[in-house]
Design a protein around this ligand. Sequence first.
Ligand code: IFM
Length: 441
Amino acid sequence: MPTASFHFPKGFQWGTATSSHQVEGGNTNNNWYKWEQEGHTAHKSGLASDWWGGRWKEDFDRAAEAGQNAHRLSVEWSRIQPTPDRWDEEALERYRIMLRGLRDRNIMPMVTLHHFTDPLWLGELGGWETDAVVPLFEKFTTKVVEALKEYCSLWCTINEPNAYATEGYLRRHFPPGKSDLKLDFRVQANMARAHASAYRAIHALQPEARVGYALHFRPQEPAHSWSPLDQLMRNITFGGFNTPFPSAISTGVLKSPLGRISVPEAKGTQDFFGLNYYSVDTVAFDLRKPEELYSRSFFPEGTDLADAGMNSNTPEGFFWAFKWAVKTYPNLPIIVTENGIEDSTDRIRPRYLAQHVHAMWRAVNFNWPIKGYFHWSLVDNFEWERGWTQRFGLWGIDIETQQRTKRPSADLYAAICKENGLTSEMVQKYCPEVYEKLFPA
Ligand code: IFM
């Protein structure tokens, strides 16, 4: 009997999340492969975590032994439809085998249909910049759902449409490396349209399906609450990044600081809200940053920051994200589709995990309808433009040998999954430095 504990409702899903290009390896027919060859990334994805080579089996074993009962993965469009007029049935069969592999281990799959990568041929047709993508994505969705519906009924149409658009059409970190705010919002509008038609296509094939998308939600705070300019920049950043896509789904209008795009067909097209939460940013007005629209995002001194400096440990932002979600989408189930931190030495991850699970528990206790949590990530994987410099896995991977090494957080997360909660003993064992914060006497 633990001394003190924070338990979750019966049936809560505990899992991990991954995506095709980040773990499969050997994806040579998509825009990211090209982007890597052109030298835009710190490293190349190469074999990634070698799941296409079969290592998914040992990694799913790890997840099952660690008490996980759910896993979110994505399918690779460029493998399944290598050219506009050809389907690769063998690739689909491989995904069927992987999903069966999850089911055999009592792990419920969630499948994402689009996670940042596009087939090369799609880019040649204009990618997400034109609404010609909408019927193409619907066709792809139909093909995948027909093939995989025996094993999966929980679908995420598009991962982080806001990050895809911002990184590819404003900040130039992702392909196609453009910087054009208008295009950024046009791409998000087309993603909302494609999401809506995929939503309907999935329900037509599988009435019991639960379908949603995953938003990268990044709360922002003004550097100085007394500064109207910092406040203004915070509001522009917040309204430019976090809210346009959600507004398209809740109201049928994609609202951005630049204007509005009508997407009436998107209104109400979700059965759950997928929340990807990592960290809070501080925003300041900065005249030296015209390319960032005169704003600067940073982590203030004293922040509990990961070594690689990409995310900080700010669990209060996680609670705030839930609060925002229930206000934006009243009564809609929430699934945490991603949450985690880059940390090769596991210095910060145990407390990050414990404090975020605690923040989620607080939210559950307001009867906010949170149904599951997918930690990012099961094993180290290819982190986009940052290559292999950021390690998000509960298990580390030596990329040369593909050898896995368990990080202490994997045991902490296993204890949480098996207990369906967080106990004082776990905190005492894995992150005693936050014991007083989580269990004040
Ligand atoms: O690795 C990414 C993932 O592909 C999308 N969400 C954020 C993760 C960590 O940066």
